[in-house]
Design a protein around this ligand. Structure first.
Ligand code: ATP
Length: 232
């Protein structure tokens, strides 16, 4: 479904992605783990075409994304839940959800109950300004906005960052529910335990390189991964 080969990205002189190759098959749950500054966010932003590509190829459903604008990537069905959520804070929850559905107006009424079923609190808070919600609730809005956009591939960046343990567990079950809806998922996470228990395949990225990849079940047993990322 998504195929990335030899992707190179620089910010000025800083070489941030140094030849990344990665695949997400249709319906698969893939995670990317790695320390702060490894390049996870840059990788997702490059797939969304928010960052210029120096070299390498990104294809989705066998068509190139290299030359697309970000809005065109969204029309292909790749929806990005960015780090830090990026909601319209002064707009009501419902208006944020409306923005998510801007390409699918006809489906708005059908998709809204899906979001409310997954996150019932959002129906209670639908008229409240997004910025007045708790961090966990705002993260639910961000995922709700993405769901409204009818994703084929959902890219999630650090969705559990800063959340209390109880909310991390809630997110864990919500990510499973999203995957049960047949949505393919690419999850970038510093919480390696969460990523390695939810995903089928995992890539470990360090200093802009993929240093390990494989079935998450195998990486969970890898001594280096256990020591560096699971604290075991
Ligand atoms: P984190 O989890 O801390 O966000 P990350 O793995 O997502 O880390 P990136 O945010 O992709 O890493 O950052 C990769 C490198 O690129 C870092 O060294 C960062 O400082 C640098 N970087 C990120 N954005 C920019 C930018 N707009 N301009 C210059 N350098 C940047």
């Amino acid at each position: 479904m998504l195929e990335i080969s030899n992707l190179v990205v620089k910010y000025g002189a800083a070489h941030v992605l140094k030849g990344i190759s990665l695949r997400v098959e249709n319906g698969e749950f893939v995670s990317i783990i790695g320390p702060n500054g490894a390049g996870k966010t840059t990788l997702l932003r490059t797939i969304s075409r928010l960052v210029p590509i120096i070299s390498g190829a990104i294809t989705f459903e066998e068509k190139t994304l290299n030359l697309l604008e970000p809005w065109q990537v969204v029309t292909r069905g790749i929806i990005h839940v960015p780090e830090g959520r990026k909601l319209v804070g002064t707009a009501a929850v419902l208006d944020n959800l409306r923005l998510g559905a801007y390409l699918h107006w006809k489906q708005f009424k059908r998709r809204l109950p899906l979001v409310y079923e997954m996150f019932p609190i959002l129906e209670q808070r639908k008229n409240q300004q997004a910025r007045t919600l708790s961090g966990g609730e705002q993260q639910m809005v961000a995922i709700g906005v993405a769901l409204m956009a009818n994703p084929k591939l959902l890219m999630l960046d650090e969705v559990t960052f800063g959340l209390a343990p109880i909310l991390v567990n809630l997110m864990r079950s919500k990510l499973k529910e999203l995957h049960d809806l047949q949505i393919s998922i690419l999850l970038a996470e510093q919480n390696a335990e969460l990523a390695l228990t939810l995903s089928k395949e995992c890539y470990v990225i360090e200093y802009g390189n993929i240093c390990k990849e494989g079935p998450a079940a195998e990486l969970r047993e890898d001594p280096q991964v256990r020591a560096a990322y699971l604290g075991l």
